[in-house]
Design a protein around this ligand. Structure first.
Ligand code: HEC
Ligand SMILES: [Cu+2]
Length: 337
């Protein structure tokens, strides 16, 4: 169901895209594309195999017990000693033999995937918000050099350190194809790392229930060749492009006048709000609002007009713009590559 307001926006600025394809991507721990996820999958498959085997064994024994119960001399013809040996073998030795190897390899894999990276490894700080992800790239001194949201780029083949924080409730940072989950806890900095072995756009998802829009708190992790990554980061470090046309200049003014700047930063303009995502390079992002909708004109217009329709309960209020204001605002935002 679309509201009439939303329909009008759609008519004004062109058809919206039918599917959310841009917001999707591989999101499966069973299809690893990173070093840590590969180790986790290597532990997972034998665990599943043994667990299935044990379940089948237990079910088979249960079936034997059920059928024997109907017979008259139901007790197994075992001596007291044989019964005791059966309990020791089946109740102690077998479970230990089945679980100790997994406990040991889980411990050793856990240590490997959480091993600290060298000091000079690239570091990304991610802050869990309600319900989106604030992303900062840090230099070697730990200072923020670029800020973005909901889309994290990393170079393929290089281990990247993530500093995970929250200033509200507990979230959990999870890119299943690359690494296990790590909680983001208010007042703490949790550290994890990832090495992507194959280029790709992987979907990440908050994995700790955090309120109304927990399900729409997703992001994209773009693993790309180091040169492409360097270009991207160099672009993100720049302030916003200045308006080039009159229409863009008017859109820039609409942004400042319509109250957007109270919550959003566009570096290089007076807009320096900190409540919502940094929009300095919004046009370079694939999706909007935590990978909820693709970043296309129709969706952007729909989002700005009535964000509560797209993602009910989120912290951005609807705006009252004339069609002309909305059009120039969209033109300006779409120039922010
Ligand atoms: C009261 C604060 C507030 C105001 C005012 C506000 N926004 Fe937002 N905006 C947010 C928050 C919070 C989000 C993140 C919502 C989410 O994903 O849960 C957001 C998200 C966005 C996004 C998506 C960004 C991304 O990276 O996904 C765009 C674009 C945007 N706002 C544009 C605007 C424009 C244009 C205006 C002015 C008409 C505006 N906002 C006014 C708080 C605000
Ligand atoms: Cu959540």
């Amino acid at each position: 169901m679309t509201s009439r307001k939303h329909d009008r926006t759609t008519l004004l600025i062109g058809a919206t895209t039918p599917l959310l394809a841009a917001c999707e991507g591989p999101q499966s721990a069973l299809d690893p594309a990173g070093s840590a996820a590969e180790l986790i999958a290597r532990l997972w498959w034998p665990t599943l195999f043994v667990a299935v085997l044990v379940t089948l064994l237990v079910l088979a024994l249960l079936a034997v017990a059920i059928f024997r119960a109907h017979k008259r001399n139901a007790a197994l013809p075992l001596s007291a000693r044989q019964s005791r040996n059966l309990v020791i073998a089946g109740g102690i030795i077998l479970p230990l033999a089945a679980t100790i190897p997994f406990a040991l390899s889980s411990f050793s894999i856990g240590r490997t995937i959480d091993a600290p990276l060298p000091d000079n490894a690239m570091t990304v700080e991610v802050i869990g918000k309600l319900w989106w992800w604030e992303v900062h790239y840090l230099d070697e001194a730990g200072d923020r050099i670029a800020t973005t949201a909901n889309e994290i780029h990393i170079p393929v083949g290089e281990p990247v350190r993530f500093l995970l924080k929250s200033d509200n409730v507990i979230h959990s940072f999870w890119v299943p194809n690359l690494q296990g989950k790590t909680d983001m806890i208010p007042g703490r900095t949790n550290v994890t790392s990832m090495t992507a072995n194959e280029p790709g756009v992987y979907r990440g998802q908050c994995a700790e229930y955090c309120g109304t829009q927990h399900a729409l708190m997703a992001f994209l992790l773009v693993a790309e060749e180091p040169e492409a990554f360097d270009d991207w980061l160099a672009g993100q470090r720049q302030p916003a492009a200045a308006p080039e046309t009159d229409a863009q200049a008017r859109g820039h003014d609409v942004f400042l006048d319509a109250g957007c700047a109270a919550c959003h930063t566009i570096r290089g303009t007076p807009a320096n709000g900190e409540i919502g995502p940094d929009l300095t390079h919004i046009a370079s992002r694939r999706t909007l609002a935590g990978a909820t909708v693709p970043n296309r004109t129709g969706h952007l217009g729909g989002w700005i007009t009535d964000p509560q329709h797209v993602k009910p309960g989120n912290k951005m209020p609807p705006s009252e713009l004339t069609p002309e204001e909305l059009k120039t605002l969209l033109g300006y935002l779409e120039s922010l590559e």
